[in-house]
Design a protein around this ligand. Structure first.
Ligand SMILES: [Zn+2]
Ligand SMILES: [Zn+2]
Length: 351
C-alpha cells in the first residue's frame, strides 16, 4: 500500500499518492472497442499526401515526414497587432509566433510506436531542425513540440502527427523546471535531472527501458498512472545537442517505451507527449536537461484520469496509483509490438 505525499523536484510541488484506495491490480480488462484497422490512405484526411487542406493548400506527395504551417494557428503573423488596451491592471499583447504541424509518415494507419527505428531517428532530426530554425527567429522564446494522441485527448484524426507552437513567451511548466534546475545548480553545483536519474537508478523499480546513453523511467513523483520520462543520460539543454550515437539510442528507447504502452492493453495508447527543451531566448540553460514527458490520460482501458478539485481547483495532483506498480505493469509488457506478434505474449497482468 502506498499512501503518502511525494515531492516533484522539477515542478516544485507535492503530489498526493493515494494508492491505498485503489490497490486492486489490473484484472486483464481490455478496451470495449478494439482498434479498427485503418486504410493507409484516406481521401478526406487533411494530413494524407496529396490531399487539399481547409486553407485550399495541397499537401506535398511526401514519402517521409512533412512539415507545414498550421491552417488554424493559435499564434501567428496574422494575429491582430493593434489591440485595444484593457482596463486597469489587465494586460494584453499580440499573439505572435508560429504554429506548425509535422506529419510523421505518409501512412495514415501507423502510429509513432509502429515506425521503424530509422524513421523515428529521421523524425528526431526534423524536430532538431524545427527547434533550431524556429528558435533562431527574432521574438521566438520557446519552441514547444508536442503530440496529442487519441480520442481520449480530443484528437479525432489518427494520421500520425505532432504540433509545434513557437511562442514569444516561455511556457509555464518549462519556466518552473528551468527555475528549479538553476536553483539546484546554484545550491549544490549539481544538475537536478542527474540527481533524479541517480535516484531512479538506485531504486531501479521504475526504469522502463534503457541502453548505453538513453533511459525511460516512470518518475517517483509521477502525476499520471502511466507517466513516463524519456531522456538522454548526459545533460543536453535540447535535442539538437545530442550526438549521432545518442540520437540513435534515444530513438531506440523512445520506440521501446511506445511499444510497451501499446502492448499494455493491446490498444493504440493515448497520450500527451511533450518535448521539454530549454527556451530559445538566449539565456544560460546549461543546468537544464532535455527530456520527453508522456502524460497518458488513462488509468485503465476504459477509465480516464479526470482532473478535478485537487488538480483544476488546487493545482496539485492526486494519483490513485503507485508508480512502482504501474512501472511493473509497463515493464512486463512485451517489447515487440502486439500488431506484429500474432500470439499474445509478455503483457499478462502482474499478479
Ligand atoms: Zn491521413
Ligand atoms: Zn519536464
Amino acid at each position: 500500500m502506498t499512501w503518502e505525499e511525494r515531492w516533484h523536484p522539477l515542478r516544485e510541488e507535492w503530489v498526493i499518492i493515494a494508492a491505498h484506495r485503489q490497490n486492486r491490480p489490473w484484472n486483464g480488462e481490455m478496451l470495449d472497442h478494439p482498434d479498427e484497422a485503418l486504410p493507409p490512405y484516406v481521401s478526406d484526411c487533411y494530413l494524407c499526401p496529396g490531399n487539399t487542406r481547409v486553407s485550399s493548400r495541397r499537401n506535398e506527395d511526401y514519402t517521409g515526414t512533412f512539415v507545414f504551417d498550421n491552417d488554424h494557428p493559435c499564434v501567428g503573423i496574422d494575429a491582430p497587432q493593434d489591440l485595444k488596451r484593457p482596463c486597469g491592471i489587465y494586460r494584453n499583447r499580440a499573439a505572435k509566433g508560429q504554429a506548425r504541424v509535422v506529419c510523421y509518415s505518409p501512412n495514415h494507419a501507423v502510429t509513432l510506436a509502429e515506425l521503424e527505428p530509422g524513421e523515428i531517428e529521421a523524425l528526431l532530426r526534423v524536430w532538431q531542425e524545427q527547434y533550431r530554425d524556429l528558435g533562431s527567429l527574432e521574438g521566438i522564446n520557446y519552441v514547444l513540440i508536442f503530440e496529442n494522441k487519441g480520442e481520449a485527448v480530443g484528437v479525432s484524426n489518427p494520421h500520425p502527427h505532432c504540433q509545434i507552437y513557437a511562442t514569444n513567451f516561455v511556457f509555464k511548466t518549462i519556466a518552473t523546471e528551468v527555475h528549479a534546475s538553476q536553483r539546484h545548480f546554484a545550491e549544490t553545483g549539481r544538475i537536478l535531472f542527474q540527481d533524479i536519474l541517480e535516484a531512479e537508478r538506485s531504486d531501479g523499480r521504475r526504469i522502463i527501458a534503457e541502453n548505453e546513453t538513453a533511459v525511460a523511467f516512470m518518475p517517483y513523483f509521477a502525476r499520471y498512472a502511466f507517466e513516463v520520462f524519456v531522456a538522454p543520460k548526459a545533460t543536453h539543454p535540447n535535442l539538437d545537442r545530442l550526438s549521432e550515437t545518442e540520437l540513435k539510442d534515444f530513438a531506440a528507447v523512445l520506440k521501446t517505451t511506445l511499444v510497451r504502452f501499446d502492448n499494455l492493453w493491446r490498444m493504440s495508447f493515448p497520450y500527451v507527449m511533450v518535448l521539454h527543451q530549454a527556451p530559445t531566448d538566449g539565456g544560460d540553460y546549461h543546468a537544464f536537461h532535455f527530456h520527453i514527458e508522456f502524460h497518458p490520460p488513462l488509468r485503465r482501458p476504459n477509465l480516464l484520469k479526470y482532473l478535478a478539485g485537487p488538480e483544476i481547483g488546487g493545482g496539485n495532483f492526486l494519483s490513485d496509483t503507485a508508480p512502482e506498480e504501474k512501472a511493473a505493469e509497463l515493464r512486463a509488457a512485451g517489447d515487440m509490438h502486439y500488431k506484429t506478434c500474432p500470439v499474445k505474449e509478455g503483457n499478462e497482468p502482474p499478479l
